[in-house]
Design a protein around this ligand. Structure first.
Ligand code: SF4
Ligand SMILES: [Zn+2]
Length: 360
């Protein structure tokens, strides 16, 4: 347990400044995620070091397709969430407040990542904002050790928290967009301000970080036309080179609508590309053609992926930039390409785990 870095004190309560829920927490109470508590008038990260999973996973599963391709990240998660999406595939950990489990130290993760030959660390599976002080410490240690640090997030950090995370060296952000403002009228995630997610994505980009946006198309929740149009418009404001992952949903938790229609996913992909987004992928359908990177200028196949691994990579590096070998177009890509090291010890990712809305 550690005192929270981001809190504001009022006469009769504390405000948690980690995420934009900005919970007002009275003495003896916890915020919505269950990880921050008001104890004797100070805010403590009571979930600090209480981890639910630690395992090496490919970066492509996050998904980040333009960041350290073919690398593996030591992936860790805690308990709790600030959104509680009814379709969450990882509800066993995200709908649960931190239990009494032995505390893991950030330095343990870094040592383990190095021993396993991972290239970075990843806070994922449940929402990293709920584990903010721990993620921050782990990120600093990762940077000092030459490892990258990335998060799979719903993008709801306060700007203060986000800037701290960026300064600590977390430069990879797989950001879930849960939908659009119209969903509130349908009483779906009415507590979420979707504009904030794009505000934060923009902030990361302006501060030099890497962003890929993930749109899990959930049947009956965010799969309607005007919602798609809103997301594409907002996405284009980030720039045409920010990758967009349009992912298939599978029934989970309390959401029992059928899985996303493949025709709808393909239609959304085609239209997003027509609108000007250069890198659009379709996930959770396990079709390498829909997970491959093509040059937006000449159409050449640049990177082919299969089951979250790179099977073909033909970008060339010139003056620190990655380029198409045929036409020379610059392709946004951060980090090094990691040559295949042989089979991964974790085995192939299988559905439905990979389709998790907040857990990769
Ligand atoms: S991190 Fe948790 S306690 Fe803090 S504002 Fe967000 S949901 Fe509330
Ligand atoms: Zn080209």
């Amino acid at each position: 347990m550690m005192e929270s870095r981001l809190q504001r004190k009022y006469e009769d309560h504390l405000e948690c400044l980690v995420c934009e829920r900005r919970c007002k927490i009275r003495e003896g109470m916890r915020g919505a995620c269950g990880n921050y508590a008001n104890i004797n008038g100070s805010l403590y990260h009571v979930g600090y070091g209480k981890l639910s999973y630690i395992e090496s996973r490919p970066i492509e599963i996050k998904p980040l397709f333009h960041y350290w391709p073919n690398s593996t990240a030591l992936t860790y998660s805690n308990y709790g969430c600030n959104f509680y999406c009814p379709w969450c595939q990882n509800h066993e950990i995200s709908f649960r407040w931190p239990p009494e489990v032995p505390e893991v130290k950030p330095s343990y993760l870094i040592d383990l990542a190095k021993r396993r030959g991972d290239h970075g660390i990843s806070a994922s599976l449940n929402e990293p904002a709920t584990n903010f002080d721990f993620v921050l410490e782990a990120s600093k240690l990762a940077k000092d050790s030459g490892l990258y640090s990335m998060v799979v997030t719903n993008g709801y950090f306060t700007l203060e928290a986000l800037r701290e995370l960026l300064n600590a060296g977390t430069d990879g952000y797989s950001i879930d967009i849960k939908g659009c403002p119209e969903m509130a009228e349908r009483k779906i995630l009415p507590h979420v301000n979707h504009d904030i997610i794009f505000r934060n994505a923009r902030e990361v980009i302006e501060e030099g970080g890497h962003v890929e946006v993930v749109y899990l198309v959930v049947t009956g929740a965010n799969d309607f036309e005007s919602c798609f149009n809103w997301i594409v418009d907002k996405h284009l404001s980030l720039g045409p080179d920010v990758p967009l992952h349009i992912n298939r949903y599978f029934p989970a938790n309390r959401w029992r609508e059928p899985e996303t229609d493949l025709k709808k996913l393909l239609n959304f992909r085609e239209r997003a590309m027509r609108e000007g987004i250069n890198f659009v992928y379709v996930g959770n359908v396990w079709d390498p053609d829909l997970e491959s990177t093509f040059c937006p200028k000449c159409g050449k196949l640049l990177i082919r992926r299969r089951m979250c691994r790179v099977t073909h990579f033909s970008l060339i590096q010139e003056g620190g930039k990655w380029r198409c070998p045929r036409c020379g177009a610059e392709i946004p890509m951060r980090g090094k390409f990691i040559q295949q090291r042989g089979p991964l010890s974790l085995g192939s990712p299988k559905p439905p785990y990979r389709g998790a809305s907040s857990g990769r």
